[in-house]
Structures are given as C-alpha cells and as structure tokens.
Design a protein around this ligand. Structure first.
Ligand SMILES: Nc1ncnc2c1ncn2[C@@H]1O[C@H](COP(=O)(O)OP(=O)(O)OP(=O)(O)O)[C@@H](O)[C@H]1O
Ligand SMILES: [Mg+2]
Length: 267
C-alpha cells in the first residue's frame, strides 16, 4: 500500500490498528477492582501519526502493554491489519517497537548491540544486525559512539540509541510513551525534530502517548483525548504545520486541556 502524506490519502488508507470495546481492570491490594481501560474504541490507519493524551492514570501505558501483547484485555479486542494482536506479535516478531521514557537499554551492551536488539529477536544474523544497527546509529547522530556503553552516554544520547533500536527492525507500528519527557527542553525539542525527520522517511504507523500537547501537535496528524479510565472523549484533527501556527495551536491546546480536565478521575 502506498502511504501518502496528504490527509486525504491517509483517510483512504486501511486500518492498521483497531481497538474495539477494550476493557481492562486490576485487582487492588484492598480487594477492589480498578478499571484502567473502560470501553475504549478507536482506529489508526496505516501511515498515521496518532497522539494519545489524557490525565495521569488514564490507562495509556496499560493500553500500550496490551498492544505489545504483554497484557491481555478482559474484554473487547485489539486488531492489527484486521487480525488479533496476539497473532501479529507471534507471527511478526519485533515489528511493534517502542520508545519509552525510561531508556531501558541493557547496561552491559554497547550502543550498537542495544540498537541491534530487536533484530536479534527477529533472528537476523549477527553481521547483518550490527550493520543495520550501525546505520541507524549514524542516522540518529551517534556515529562516534557505536561501541559506547549506556553509562557513557547522556540521557539524550541514550534516547537516540532507543530511537535507533525502535527503527532498526523495520517496524510496522512504533509506540512512544513519554519518549522525550525526561529530557531538558532544548534536547527534547531537538530529538523530537530528528525523530520526526527519520519517521517521515519510513512508511510506518505511530502511536504517541504524551502529556505534552505541544509534542502531540508537532508529531501527530490526529490527537485522541482519553478520559480516565481509558475511553475516547474526543478526536482532534491536527492540520499539517499546525505547530507553526500560534493561533491554531493555542486553540487546539485549549480544547485538549479542557477535555483532559473533564476526563480526569475524581479523587
Ligand atoms: N499491574 C498493575 N496492578 C494494579 N493496577 C495497575 C497495574 N498497572 C496499572 N494499574 C492501574 O491502572 C491505571 C492506569 O495506569 P497507567 O499506568 O496505564 O496510566 P497512564 O495513563 O499511563 O498514566 P500516566 O499518564 O501517569 O503515565 C492506574 O489506576 C494504575 O494504578
Ligand atoms: Mg503512563
């Protein structure tokens, strides 16, 4: 399928990810149940960049765990290319990748071996996976740090290794969970820009969980606003270049903030 960048072409693209009436609760220490996901339904089309924003505790990270096949729903379903996510995860190993806030690099492995990790899961031969990882480290600006250990790298550089690791396996779906929020503002801005440039050269689908509405406007073509527990409160289309239009981005920010406040849990 051709993934074009115009909004019209994306609208015509097939659904990549479908979440239908998803529900997930957890048993608490006091014996009660707390809902993390409550009747959540939405669709992401192939090639889309979709941001998820919502109050803390809204079940966003739980949803990503379910998308990775690490947790299962109590009810409802998650489909990738129209088939249950568990099948996709089993048959296409390592084709859903993630960039999280904590860098989760293996401390004893070099930047190259960390970046190659997803390729190892896919069974790619060592020589090929090191070559691919090296290519991606160059793409994220770490040519001079291929053999560095994570502790020798700054937080921003480690997150660059994570970006390389997420892209190296040629993923079909990339999940971001507060990927840039542990970084200082200048580093985060630069990394978001570099991430976007690299992402746009791939025909991949992106789901971006963030508390930064600016990040959502910068990276996404659509923002899903979740209430807590996770349910869809609103979908907001983000026109191309909205981040460069102060009036428009302020209007989107106000709308999203109002929705988030309305959707927060009452404690
Ligand atoms: N393993 C678990 N056991 C019990 N409760 C859990 C577990 N994991 C998540 N929860 C609960 O599920 C709810 C949603 O949590 P989750 O971490 O997904 O929220 P979130 O939207 O990612 O929040 P934040 O924006 O703060 O990252 C919370 O109420 C949390 O306490
Ligand atoms: Mg979270």
């Amino acid at each position: 399928m051709t993934i074009a960048t115009s909004t019209g072409a994306i609208a015509a693209a097939a659904p990549k990810l479908t979440v239908e009436h998803a529900r997930k609760s957890f048993r608490q220490a006091n014996g009660g149940d707390v809902a993390a996901i409550a009747d959540l339904s939405f669709t992401v089309r192939a090639g889309e960049y979709v941001a998820i924003v919502g109050p803390t505790g809204a079940g966003k990270s739980v949803l990503l765990d379910c998308l990775l096949g690490l947790k299962t729903l109590d009810a409802g379903q998650i489909l990738i290319d129209g088939r249950p996510v568990q099948n996709f995860v089993r048959e296409k190993k390592g084709h859903i990748t993630r960039i999280f806030q904590e860098d989760r690099l293996l401390p004893w492995l070099s930047a190259t071996d960390n970046a190659a990790f997803g390729l190892q899961i896919q069974g790619v031969a060592e020589k090929d996976r090191r070559a691919s990882a090296a290519k991606w480290l160059e793409a994220v600006g770490l040519s001079g740090f291929k053999e560095a250990l994570p502790r020798e790298l700054s937080g921003g550089m480690r997150q660059r290794v994570n970006i390389a690791r997420a892209f190296a396996p040629n993923p079909e779906l990339v999940l971001l969970d507060e990927a840039f929020s542990a970084l200082d503002d200048v580093t985060a801005t630069r990394l978001r820009q570099d991430f976007k440039t690299l992402a746009q050269a791939q025909s991949t689908t992106f789901l971006i969980v963030t508390h930064s509405i600016d990040e959502a406007i910068f990276l996404a073509n659509r923002i899903l606003v979740f209430g807590a527990p996770a349910r869809l409160m609103a979908e907001i289309a983000v026109p191309p270049h909205a981040h460069e239009d102060r009036v428009l981005s302020d209007r989107i920010k106000d709308e999203v903030r109002t929705l988030i406040a309305a959707g927060a849990r009452v404690h």
